[in-house]
Design a protein around this ligand. Structure first.
Ligand SMILES: NC(=O)c1ccc[n+]([C@@H]2O[C@H](COP(=O)([O-])OP(=O)(O)OC[C@H]3O[C@@H](n4cnc5c(N)ncnc54)[C@H](OP(=O)(O)O)[C@@H]3O)[C@@H](O)[C@H]2O)c1
Length: 346
């Protein structure tokens, strides 16, 4: 069953992740959130395999250009492009997708890696709690807007993959029976009164926000995979890079930060080691693509997601989160609505 034990977690942290390598000549690769951490390291690994285009989607031009320069120097790849997207703004995601489709013919490998981990309730310009929008809603929006380019690259003889970076943090979150009775789950998770019930007490809801968003990532990716036509050669999966030393842990303040630093020192993978799981999700398991479709990948192998994901309640929640997300994003983007109707089963 899909359970997370401390023993297996800690043991896997020290195991090296195999690096899968393939010739990527002629291919277009997009890494979203590529200026630092796992995204940057995965981009370097892809660059070392010689793709035609490696697109770094970043919110800061300065940071994106610094990352592109580092990748060019370390790998010698010329075809590195930086394109700007702010995932906290739906109109930016829509503009990015439109420009990408015009500029690049097809999308062979798409890695949605960007995420934020926050304990603070902050709303975006679109009215969503920021990590719900960045980690989940923008992930589905962009993945569907780029589906035509991904589907164009996919054929029985050619690889095309959509990889969503999730986390074993999704094991840490379930939903209560009371929450399941609420008519709109995403609206509930977005509600400021629900998220910050009492400013004088520790804010438990936002403390659990990151694992919740990663659970939602597992749900939307499983559902996206299952709604593509059964004979579609496009492979869609989620990956868990393991606990890695990156900028993600900057949310922890003293004294918690001391414990996190110690835990990092003892157990964290380097960002390069963790990024190999992203690369494995994009290139590994050749000739058994169907096993990878809709799968949760950890340590370079398919693993079961959490017991909650596989439970009846989890499956119910997955469908509800999907339906609600599609309704929300259809209102945000007519193109999303059209593409979902054309390419995804009801
Ligand atoms: N590190 C871990 O232990 C760990 C474990 C499991 C899963 N993961 C997952 O791995 C992925 C990468 O995380 P990481 O550890 O490499 O984190 P990181 O070092 O904090 O990098 C996150 C990336 O996302 C980008 N990003 C955040 N908000 C954005 C926005 N609004 N628009 C555009 N880009 C945005 C960041 O850009 P800026 O630099 O501009 O902020 C950065 O490039 C995430 O999905 C995370 O959930 C990480």
């Amino acid at each position: 069953m899909g359970r997370l034990s401390y023993r297996t977690f800690l043991a896997s942290q020290w195991d090296p992740v195999p690096l899968v390598k393939h010739d990527l000549s002629g291919k277009t690769i997009l890494v979203v959130g590529a200026n630092t951490g796992l995204g940057l390291e995965a981009a370097k690994l892809f660059a070392s395999m010689g793709p035609k285009h490696l697109v770094l989607a970043c919110r800061s031009l300065k940071k994106g250009e610094a990352a592109a320069a580092e990748i060019k120097t370390q790998t010698g790849l010329d075809g590195v492009a930086v394109r700007i997207v702010d995932l906290a703004v739906f109109s930016s995601v829509i503009a990015f997708a439109e420009a990408f489709e015009k500029e690049f013919d097809q999308l062979d490998i798409y890695v949605y890696n960007a995420a934020t981990a926050t304990h603070l309730y902050e709303q975006t310009v679109d009215g969503w709690e920021s990590s719900l929008q960045i980690n989940v809603l923008s992930c589905l929006l962009l993945s569907v807007l780029l589906l035509p380019a991904s589907l164009k690259a996919a054929s029985p003889s050619a690889q095309a993959r959509v990889v969503v970076v999730a986390s074993e943090a999704h094991f840490l979150h379930t939903i209560t029976e009371d929450e399941l009775t609420k008519p709109q789950l995403l609206e509930l998770f977005n509600n400021s009164a629900y998220c910050t019930p009492n400013s004088l007490t520790p804010d438990k809801t936002m403390k659990h926000r990151y694992p919740l968003t990663k659970l939602l990532d597992v749900f939307i990716t499983r559902e996206l995979a299952s709604r593509l036509s059964a004979d579609s050669p496009l492979v869609v999966n989620t990956v868990n890079p393991g606990f890695c030393k990156t900028e993600l842990n900057r949310i922890f303040r003293f004294p918690a930060s001391v414990g996190v630093k110690l835990f990092e020192f003892l157990f964290a993978r380097t960002a390069e080691m963790g990024s190999r799981v992203l690369v494995w999700g994009a290139l590994g398991g050749r000739n058994r693509e169907r096993d990878l479709h809709g799968a949760y990948i950890s340590d370079a192998a398919v693993h079961e997601p959490s017991d909650f994901v596989l439970s009846d309640e989890g499956m119910q929640m997955q469908k509800r989160v999907w339906d609600e997300s599609v309704a929300i994003l259809s209102a945000v983007s007519p193109r999303f609505k059209e593409l979902a109707a054309v390419h995804l089963k009801n």
